[in-house]
Design a protein around this ligand. Structure first.
Ligand code: ASP
Length: 419
């Protein structure tokens, strides 16, 4: 079933799809020159999305939690974490099996591959450090730095506190924050409606216009293995989980999620995509704010299936290139640390490749040659990053839909919503 239809060219997902194709063509024709001239539009679009993230997430979580109170929260937290761990684990296993089967690193010649410098992304390395890092000592500072987990923690605690207030204080406050959330959703919709097509055009144009394809030759098989692995997770594992656990038709879910997926693809950032994800999961998939506010912001930061698959496959690839055999115990260690590294990865471009060093250290793969191989992997990382970000975002949305169904929301993903 389809709801809310209008002429096809007025529908946002068509506009974005056309913008992508035009972006590719313009990038091929105009190269770096056009990218230089028009790249700012894509930057502007990402800035607008980032502008709404903190107020959107804060008001969404506080009003979501304030409406349910502390009662159902523990149960939802358990389901959410369970979903994150199980799906990330399947993703890692997919990477593990494929790299062992296809062995893309054996005999790979990286002599001619270009290398790139690592971007500067901070990495938290121990669980204690992670916990200390999450608790904000100043919520304004945390908001200013967009520290998502700190913002989420504060919002949940404040929501619980509001829910426990006497009625005369609770109702006006919860009503006010709920209204502020609706206003933020309206603002987000406006940005997506008016800027997304041209923003996506500019982002894709810049990408195509400035990326050389030389390194793909040396790392071709490695890239192919990742594409296969990510596709298996996106088109087989997650739809199967949607169907079996949530009783949801995956095709309807895919159709409702087109916009966030395109956005993830063109921004390479689950964080920047979050406002679009929240909007589509609420307005199209039909999940309540109570569930989305809980599952999506945390999922954008913590639940990264594509990245988890990538960590595992990437490290095994490096070991193969260096001729190091990884035994069973070391592969188990890689699986566990790949999961942790994906949790630690920030929701920004290339974060996955930066945290790969956590996994490499765990199995003692260090030294200049490793750094060189990672540098070569970075040179072709962008398209892989785009695809793993799509998988990351899609997994979050499946989690929201499944958990909503399990909480009794029977209307979730029953129709395809257009517009
Ligand atoms: N870019 C990814 C994301 O934002 C993270 C990664 O690099 O794997 O989800």
């Amino acid at each position: 079933m389809i709801a809310g239809g209008s002429v096809w060219y007025r529908q946002l997902h068509w506009q974005i799809a056309i913008a992508m194709v035009l972006g590719i063509l313009a990038g091929l024709a105009g190269g770096e020159y056009l990218a230089d001239k028009l790249g700012w539009i894509g930057q502007l679009f990402i800035k607008l999305l980032k502008m709404v993230i903190v107020p959107l997430v804060l008001t969404s979580i506080i009003s979501g939690v304030a409406s349910v109170g502390g009662a159902g929260l523990g149960r939802m937290f358990g389901k959410t974490l369970g979903y994150y761990v199980v799906t990330s684990f399947f993703a890692v296993l997919t990477g593990l099996v494929l790299v062992n089967l296809i062995q893309p690193g054996v005999g790979a010649d990286l002599v001619d591959a270009e290398t790139k410098e690592m971007p500067d992304v901070t990495v938290v390395t121990s669980p204690v450090e992670l916990i200390l890092d999450i608790v904000p000592q100043n919520i304004v500072a945390a908001a200013a730095e967009t520290k998502m987990l700190s913002i989420i923690l504060f919002a949940i605690l404040l929501g619980v506190s509001i829910a426990s207030l006497p009625r005369r204080h609770r109702e006006p406050l919860a009503g006010f924050i709920g209204a502020a959330f609706q206003a933020m959703m309206r603002l987000t919709s406006g940005i997506i409606r008016w800027v997304a097509p041209i923003g996506v055009f500019s982002l894709i144009l810049t990408l195509v216009g400035t990326t050389g394809l030389g390194s793909f030759k040396a790392l071709g098989l490695y890239a192919l293995v990742l594409l296969i692995g990510l596709s298996v997770h996106l088109f087989f594992t997650l739809p199967l989980i949607l169907r079996l656990v949530g009783g949801i038709n995956p095709i309807i879910h895919f159709k409702n999620m087109v916009e966030p997926m395109v956005m993830a693809f063109s921004t390479s950032s689950s964080g920047a995509t979050l406002p679009v994800t929240i909007r589509s999961v609420q307005k199209k998939v039909g999940v309540s704010n109570r569930v989305t506010s809980f599952v999506l912001p945390m999922g954008a930061t913590v639940n990264m299936d594509g990245t988890a698959l990538y960590e595992c496959a990437g490290v095994l690839f490096i070991a193969q290139v260096m001729g190091v055999t990884m035994g069973f115990e070391q592969q188990v260690l890689i699986v566990v640390t790949a999961l942790l590294a994906s949790i630690g990865a920030a929701a920004v471009p290339s974060a996955g490749l930066v945290v790969i060093f956590i996994v490499l250290e765990a199995v003692n793969l260090t030294g200049p040659q490793v750094a060189l191989i990672v540098g070569a992997m970075l040179a072709i990382d962008r398209p892989l990053d785009m695809y793993r970000t799509v998988v990351n975002v899609f997994s979050d949305s499946c989690g929201a839909a499944i958990i909503a169904r399990s909480e009794g929301e029977t209307e979730v993903d029953t129709v395809v919503v257009r517009g």
